[in-house]
Design a binder for this molecule. Structure first.
Ligand SMILES: *Cc1c(COP(=O)(O)O)cnc(C)c1O
Length: 437
């Protein structure tokens, strides 16, 4: 399969190259040149399958031309080794819990898949390849844990010293093996700048192989399509097969990787009526959906901070899927946005009414679903729960007044010992660090 640039459909690369490059040379994002379609019969077969089996079947359609069957099976089984349960919250509204992976965030799915796909294509290289990630907290832990133990790949996580939560820091500074943490005495922007300079340094490129693992990589967003199918497969059989039932997904969104994956799932044959873009006050996309005008702006900090994005990087993919036609996009997408005050109220209300505890991101998803449902009775709504509430313990406890239990797989990190390389935010120092690896 070829992957084209969203800026020029004639600019195409094979899977390996598109994967290693991350971004197309003209600055566009890679899209698959053909989206495979699952037949009705093929769809029905998914009903009996768990997430790993669904991922394997869909991976064969997407990546089967480029990766031998046995290898693909090992990649999928290594990456997608947990489930995404569908939980009923109230009549007609379900949560798709995406937080059952090792770092309790949905980003585990994409990060683990990308790690293994890269590992596959680089396994015959003599030298290691180096993955650079700048993180303000969450992405670093998902990527680091995703790459842990993948042979031939070394990961360097750059993070701003003292500016990530202690538990987040432990998740990428205690792993050892092929994961190193670089503790930068500066801000997240300084970290990002160091990474960018390294990628532009031709002299460095002559000495070590670098690649990025950021959210625009095609291997991070495409595998996220798998769990939309898994959600459908878990629906009550009568609801699912009733031709009158219209299904919609509500997606807490920041960079829109998750949303794009859902739209791709729809193109692959998943019977979805509408996607709701659920946002905090960073509402660039809801404003676009209402007005047709896309106006990126600096982000504002909120309690749903993984969605504090002012210029969503996957938006070009959404435009591309709908041939840049605003009218067409709005037949399948609607936007909703909520203030911190509203998010707290939602967490509290849902918990009191139903006993279900949302994290601040999932809360926006729930409310968008509830509001849409009030106008569309009889529909079935699934909102994505993108993080475990324990990851946003302080905000959630403040609202409910009850302690949130930290799951064992997160708690274990607290007792481990941190190892990091302290660094000034100076490119010269970062370069010599890299050359000493
Ligand atoms: C990253 C993230 C999001 C936003 O996902 P996108 O794919 O960037 O839109 C939402 N919720 C949580 C908890 C996240 O970590």
């Amino acid at each position: 399969m070829d992957y084209y640039s969203t800026r020029n459909r004639a600019l195409k690369f094979g899977l390996k190259e598109a994967l290693m490059k991350g971004l197309a040379p003209d600055g566009g994002l890679f899209m698959p040149s053909r989206i495979p379609i699952l037949s009705r019969g093929g769809l029905e077969e998914l009903r009996e399958m768990n997430l790993t089996q669904i991922a394997l079947k869909l991976s064969e359609l997407l990546f089967g031309e480029d990766i031998p069957g046995e290898d693909l099976k090992a990649i999928v089984e290594g990456a997608v080794n947990f489930d995404t349960p569908l939980v009923k919250v109230e009549e007609g509204i379900y949560a798709l819990e995406l937080f059952h992976g090792p770092t309790l965030a949905f980003k585990d799915v994409g990060a683990r898949f990308l790690a293994r796909l890269l590992g596959h294509f680089t396994r015959d290289m003599k030298e290691d390849i180096h993955v650079l990630v700048a993180t303000s907290g969450d992405t670093g832990s998902a990527v680091a844990n995703g790459f842990l133990g993948v042979p031939g790949v070394k990961v360097h996580v750059l993070y701003p010293s003292g500016l990530v939560s202690p538990l987040q820091e432990k998740q990428f500074t205690t792993l050892g093996e092929n994961i190193s943490a670089v503790e930068v005495k500066g801000t997240f922007d300084d970290c990002q700048k160091l990474v960018k300079e390294a990628f532009m340094d031709q002299e460095l490129a002559g000495q070590i192989t670098l690649t990025s693992a950021n959210s625009i990589n095609l291997a991070r967003f495409l595998p996220q399509a798998f769990y939309y199918f898994r959600a459908w497969a878990q629906m009550d059989p009568e609801t699912r097969t009733d031709p009158e039932t219209q299904l919609f997904f509500s997606v807490p969104s920041g960079n829109y990787g998750n949303m794009t994956a859902g739209l791709v799932a729809r193109e692959m044959g998943l019977p979805v009526h509408t996607f709701l873009s659920a946002n905090n006050i960073n509402d660039v996309v809801p404003v676009y959906l209402l007005t047709g005008k896309f106006k990126p702006r600096p982000s504002t900090a909120t309690i749903a901070n993984a969605m504090d994005v002012g210029d969503p990087s996957n938006f070009d993919r959404i435009l591309d899927l709908f041939d840049h036609k605003h009218k067409w996009i709005t037949t399948h997408m609607q936007g909703f946005s909520y203030s911190d005050h509203e998010i707290r109220e939602i967490i509290s209300r849902v918990y009191r009414k139903t006993g279900y505890l949302c994290d601040p991101h999932g809360a926006t998803g729930y409310q968008a679903a509830r509001t849409f449902m009030d106008d569309h009775p009889g529909y079935t709504g699934i909102f994505l729960e993108t993080a475990h509430p324990a990851k946003f313990k302080e905000s959630v406890e403040e609202v409910t007044g009850k302690p949130v239990e930290i799951p064992e797989r997160l708690a274990v990190f607290a007792d481990r010992e941190k190892t990091s390389t302290p660094l000034k935010p100076a490119y010269r120092d970062f370069k010599s660090y890299l050359l000493n690896q």
